[in-house]
Write a new protein. Sequence first.
Length: 512
Amino acid sequence: MRVTSRGFADSVEKDVIINSIDSYHIRLAVQNPLSSPCDISLLFKPIDQSANLAQAKQHARNVARKLGVTHGLIFLAGEPTVNWRDSDQSRPFRQRRYFYYLSGVDEADCSLTYDISLDLLTLYIPDFDLHQAIWMGPTLTREEAQDRYDVDRVLYSSSLKPELATWLSVRVQNSLIYMVHQSDSPEGLSFELPIDSKQLIPAIDTARGVKDEYEIRMIRQANKISDLAHRKILQQISKMSNESEIEGSFLDTCISHGAHNQAYQIIAAAGSNAAVLHYSQNNQTLHSKPLVCLDAGAEWSCYASDVTRTFPLTGQWPDTYTRDVYRIVERMQEQCIKSIRKGTRFLSLHNLAHDIAIDGLMTLGVLRGSHSEIRVSGASKVFFPHGLGHHVGLEVHDVSGKSIMAYSSIEDAHYEPVISPVCRSPCTLSAALLEEGMVVTVEPGLYFSPLALANARKQPYAKYINFNIAAKYVPMGGVRIEDDILVTANGYENLTTAPKGEAMLAIIRGSE
Ligand code: GLY
Ligand code: MN
Ligand code: MN
């Protein structure tokens, strides 16, 4: 709905637009930029632009809601320009995700404030610097930034300190300034800020766990490009001779389609290298390797895709070992994806995947004994050592209020890690339930790592493993299949479209 009203003072024309994505978010478009920081009702963008903008303002409001306060200031510093040590060359720029979430700004040396009671989101951009402009090109002007981003006002960074001083002098008593870290506080202030650095991370993490329409569009686009890149490799794999060509081809397709960054380091692992979960050398021959495990995902507007495909070099599995393991992992993935819906405990799907793995490995003779004893012993973790999945968003392993698949780590202060008695997987029993709008990977895998097997020989569960049979699978390394799944109102949508299974083999054969 679009309502236009005219006749305001100073002949400023104002378009009042009710955003269909967010019916309680009213936006006003103005022709004359206004300078008063408190005149916020006149500083919004028209809907046609906002549809293509990261919903920074909405994110800021959401975070304030999660903070549960009505007063205070959120302050976030973006990523600065940093040179390599002892070098005049800058490190590749990667925006700080907390800052991006509340600004949609993928530029260096910026910061922002969000005044919670005024509902005022302010972006601070670098002041004009002649030297910088001549060598690197000019940074954005205030007008350009105002046009490009979903913020209420844009100021130059030189205004930050006076603005903070003003906020401090007029603030409601006891209101705090929320930061990710105490050390984020701007340097050289002549006054002390009432900083809270405990509550902002959990608040943003909780907000980020559920994606809005814009974010889902970005993840979908990242997946589209990953699809093209995976497809191209399937078409060419039979002519490739080294893992490095796979990596090169993936980058070529992504960059050629405007995705200049990868969401994570490409894993192009042939044969036994596939057993190394985060293999990154990508420089070994493909000659006589039974399969390739390619875990590679493009990034789009700072949003990740995370996609793994495992395939043979010709259009058919070279032996029963690779074929059988692929089919078990395929079953693990299909069953788990089918069970995705809001309210589901992701941990239960992880356990389901272990159950299918145990049945499959028992059929192959790799595991022996009773299913329930094997399950409790943890023996299946030798072959499926990682979690079933994780959130995907601004980070490939994205944050959330409560982890769906929590790893025990000292840094992780938001929950108490508990080792599941069911399969001794690295999860918590308090793992959160899936909610509509979450995007999670479902990425089961089975691996035959000589190191993991050697270690397993020394464990109580060794009696459940037939090591002679397991050794026959070592040359294939392992199989992983990974898709990004959106939890919807009625079930799920698979955002990953890269071919897998029979469709994938047909492309390698050239008979799609
Ligand atoms: N690509 C990293 C992962 O699958 O988690
Ligand atoms: Mn993943
Ligand atoms: Mn992955």
